[in-house]
Design a protein around this ligand. Structure first.
Ligand code: SF4
Length: 337
């Protein structure tokens, strides 16, 4: 096994590897959770696959002593926030997230202060779940891409809203709610921002019978709605969905082919859920290098050595938990990314 910049390498995902992973997980009394964007072999060996929030809820309800979170760091932190008494492990703690990194707790505090200094009323801070525990601790209510609209609608009209960190999800919420006092932080995920409107328009035109499943964090969500609005693409074909929503839609769509605009790992879940449908990526280079740092070698190391441990201080966890619990009580949280 070798440690490289892109993760631990040198172990193949053979049947022996899968059997050893299962044996070690059982010996540790650990539950293995894998995000939808993980490598197919990691998804297949896990006990549960899903989106970040669904996995955190499974973690909180599990009777296992340890949670092994195959995803990126903020997701493992959310599991720790909701399960403070359990040991939470991530196979490679270097698996970060460019979206979560686009705002720090300090950035958020100064944004709020500048807003108040400008004489504006006390704002409500809404953060997408793709944020660090420290940012969540500075947040009034978290949201997922499924319930972001409901969360914003639950806030009294006269209260301004500071929405972070994703500018595309923020623009989507602003458009749907028509809310003028919603202020959006200019953060983005490098993977989703790379799926652009021009590419989507070209693919949609070349495959006129395909449905379009679009994650609202994608740079193309705005242009997808625009294309639907001006008749270039039949509006019935455009579906703006969280990853959990995509799986539901895959089971119910009448289309025989679907263009998918999100991280390419999602295709594995969609193809498993609806094997008769031809799912294709709008941009097949949309792969998250952080998600892919959870390699077969990293998972084996994690289960053998009990590393890397995810820790969140009690005070940060307490404040972050209340923002996450408010989110869960509003609308249909679904799963976020
Ligand atoms: S796909 Fe983007 S938002 Fe998701 S974990 Fe990777 S960098 Fe973060």
């Amino acid at each position: 096994m070798r440690r490289t910049e892109d993760g631990y390498t040198g172990v193949s995902a053979t049947e022996e590897w899968a059997a050893e992973v299962r044996r070690l997980a059982e010996r540790r009394n650990a539950v293995l959770l894998a995000h939808n964007y993980q490598l197919p072999e990691i998804q297949d060996v896990a006990d549960h696959t899903g989106d970040s929030l669904a996995l955190s809820r499974i973690a909180a309800e599990s009777t296992a002593d340890e949670i092994v979170f195959c995803g990126v760091h903020f997701m493992a932190e959310t599991a720790k926030i909701l399960s403070p008494d359990k040991t939470v492990l991530i196979p490679d703690e270097r698996a970060g997230c460019s979206l979560a990194d686009s705002i720090t707790a300090e950035d958020l505090r100064s944004w709020r202060e500048q807003f108040l200094d400008a004489g504006e009323p006390e704002p409500v801070v809404v953060s997408y779940v793709n944020t660090t525990a420290e940012v969540k601790a500075e947040t009034d209510v978290c949201c997922t891409s499924s319930n972001a609209v409901d969360v914003v609608r639950s806030i009294p009209e006269e209260r301004p809203v500071l929405f972070c960190p994703d500018q595309f999800l923020g623009a989507h919420v602003k458009r749907v709610t028509g809310r003028q006092n919603l202020h959006v932080w200019a953060g983005e995920c490098h993977v989703h921002a790379g799926i652009n409107g021009a590419e989507l328009a070209e693919r949609a035109a070349s495959e006129p019978d395909a449905d379009l499943f679009i994650h609202p964090e994608c740079g193309c969500a705005t242009s997808a709605l625009y294309l639907a609005g001006d008749g270039t693409v039949d509006s019935e074909r455009v579906k703006i969905l969280s990853t959990g929503g995509m799986l539901d839609a895959a089971r119910s769509t009448g289309a025989s082919s679907v263009l998918v605009a999100t991280e390419v790992g999602m295709l594995h879940q969609l193809r498993t859920a609806a094997p008769d449908i031809d799912f294709r990526a709008v941009n097949d280079r949309a792969s998250c290098r952080y998600m892919k740092m959870i390699t077969p070698a990293a998972l084996l190391r994690c289960l053998t050595e009990g590393r890397d441990r995810v820790e969140v201080s009690d005070e940060v966890a307490r404040r972050a938990r209340s923002a996450v619990e408010r989110m869960i009580s509003i609308g249909r949280p679904g799963g976020g990314e």
